[in-house]
Write a protein that binds this ligand. Structure first.
Ligand code: SIN
Length: 551
């Protein structure tokens, strides 16, 4: 089956939906989402969206906080543009129907670690859900947007993969669409498009403990890497300091805004400790807090630390954090009465597909926005609540650029029709699916144990060797058996794990979220990005994939 649209959008969080809504003014749009349409990291965003909203705040202050958090690696032009353009797009969200929490006439603004002002707009502690609701309702009203839930990206279709005269990932390469698995029927469909936006989110599921939804398996990063895009700064994985410690809570996120409202981190014996690590104490940037907790847990041998907000009136907690309060209660913790047990967990992929100020990758007509990309906003450590903002601004800029492209004279307005359909070759249904869950589990443990908050060359090399073995095994499995969502996800987390390790091995210093015992200091020689591009895919005459292009 062939689906042909002007714009193909992969992912349905704030970045994908923003792009789709705006792009629909210029042409037809397909949105593919591998789960239900609203199932994305955006849905689970608690904290909110950072935006300059008051007279005592300024773009300069927001930009400075972002740059400070990014530890010398932010692209300052990108930071300034996103901080400056953010508020007007936030107002568009409000016009679209997003109801942020108010106190009287004004919006209530929270504070999170690293922010010098209260500037986080939120919808209590269910900000992402409110944004998704309003945006999906708006999508429903657009006749030229077609949605494809339960459809998953397999691989991009690019000129470089079809035409031996064009090397993948070079300036002549061009995106033509993607092979997409219909998860329910197990058929692979050919989606053809003039412009493709990748907005498939991050890769928290690469780690054993993560605040991310199950969908965060690095699909976009892995597929983009296979296609020849540049991938930057993947060593910077942000660990959120406070996720609920309970065997069944799946690292449920306890928003940093709780510390913004006065929450205090304590050890089991009740002592506070953050004042020993940073002048901002519990509101220090996230990398500092996560490392401090890790250090204290290792020192004491305790399984967790505690977040105490019992000094705030109960009614205020229940009103401001209804979702967190109820979820903790379900697991037997009443945060009004007792401190809750918390641990760090993988939360945000700061690196990703390298893009410019307009979300353009190094492959023509392939854009990326949101957590899947690296625009230079986050540098070595993302400032809290800057991610929804990045998705919003970058996707708006990407639409402007893409619409100009479409109208430019040099743009060929026809989509080539000689693209081969998916051919599954001699693959058969798997009779050993258990391999998938075993490998999956192994990868996530390796990453947690050896590529976590504190790293060393020895641990990284150990992880590299083990992941390489798994990659080889998975490759064999992938070729032999009919693909499913599970095998695609496994293939993607393995490759993403490999990319994280190779990036971490390259950076011979400690900066922001990357801390290694072998090089514990920041080194000005490393004030640069780690950029990976897979050259093996660029060799001529590759073994064909199940279609006619190489893997
Ligand atoms: C939080 O609410 O603590 C998460 C916000 C974010 O990661 O930006």
């Amino acid at each position: 089956m062939i689906v042909e649209k002007d714009f193909l959008v992969i992912g349905s969080g704030i970045a994908g939906l923003t792009f789709a809504l705006k792009a629909s003014q210029f042409g037809s749009v397909a949105i593919v989402s591998k789960d239900e349409l609203d199932e994305s990291a955006t849905l689970y965003a608690q904290g909110g969206i950072a935006s300059v909203m008051t007279d005592d705040d300024s773009f300069e202050l927001h930009a400075n906080d972002t740059i400070e958090s990014g530890r010398g690696l932010c692209r300052e032009d990108v930071v300034r543009i996103i901080c400056r353009e953010g508020p007007s797009y936030v107002r568009e969200l409000i016009d679209l129907g997003v109801k942020f929490t108010r106190r009287g006439e004004d919006y209530h603004l929270s504070r999170e670690g690293g922010h010098s002002r209260d500037r986080i707009l939120h919808a209590n502690d269910l900000t992402g859900r409110e944004i998704e609701r309003a945006m999906l309702e708006a999508i429903d009203r657009k006749p030229n947007i077609t949605v494809f839930p339960h459809h998953m990206l397999v691989d991009f279709i690019t000129l470089g993969r079809l035409d031996s005269k064009v090397e993948p990932g070079t300036s002549k390469d061009e995106a033509l669409g993607a092979y997409i698995l219909d998860v329910n029927t197990k058929h692979v469909k050919t989606f053809l498009s003039k412009v493709t936006l990748l907005a498939s989110g991050g890769a928290g599921k690469v780690y054993l403990y993560t605040s991310n939804p199950d969908t965060a398996t690095g699909d976009g990063i892995a597929a983009a890497y296979r296609a020849g895009t540049k991938i930057a700064n993947m060593e910077f994985i942000q660990f959120h300091p406070t996720c609920l410690y309970h065997p069944e809570a799946k690292s449920f996120l306890i928003s940093e805004t709780i510390r913004g409202e006065g929450g205090i981190l304590r050890l089991k014996n009740g002592h506070t400790f953050m004042e020993n690590y940073h002048p901002l104490g519990c509101l220090a940037p996230r990398d500092v807090v996560a490392r401090a907790i890790d250090h204290e847990m290792k020192k004491s041998g305790d399984d967790c630390v505690y977040l105490d907000i019992t000094h705030i009136e109960g009614y205020r907690i229940r009103e401001r954090f209804p979702n967190i309060y109820q979820t903790c209660l379900q697991f037997g913790f009443d945060m009004v009465k007792k401190p809750i047990p918390v641990v760090p967990a993988a939360h945000y992929t700061c690196g990703g597909v390298l893009v410019d100020l307009n979300g353009q990758t190094n492959i023509r007509h392939l854009f990326a926005s949101g957590e899947v990309c690296y625009s230079g906003l986050h540098g070595a450590n993302r400032l809290a609540s800057n991610s929804l903002l990045e998705g919003l601004v970058l996707s708006n800029r990407a639409v402007s650029k893409a619409s100009l492209l479409l109208r430019s004279e040099s743009f060929s307005n026809t989509i080539p029709h000689n693209i081969p359909s998916w051919d599954c070759g001699s693959a058969v249904d798997s009779d050993e699916s258990v391999v998938v869950s075993h490998n999956w589990d192994e990868i996530r443990r390796i990453m947690w144990n050896y590529v976590g908050i504190v790293r060393s060359d020895k641990r990284l090399r150990r992880a590299e060797r083990r992941i390489q073995l798994l990659l080889d095994e998975i490759k064999e499995y992938y070729w032999k058996f009919t693909i499913t969502k599970n095998t695609l996800e496994l293939r993607n987390i393995a490759l993403t794990a490999h990319i994280i390790i190779m990036s971490a091995l390259q950076r011979k210093e400690s900066r922001g979220l990357h801390f290694t015992l072998d090089y514990p200091k920041i080194d000005s020689n490393w004030k640069k990005d780690t950029v990976l591009q897979d050259n093996s895919y660029r060799l001529a005459n590759q073994t064909p994939l199940r279609t006619t292009y190489h893997e």
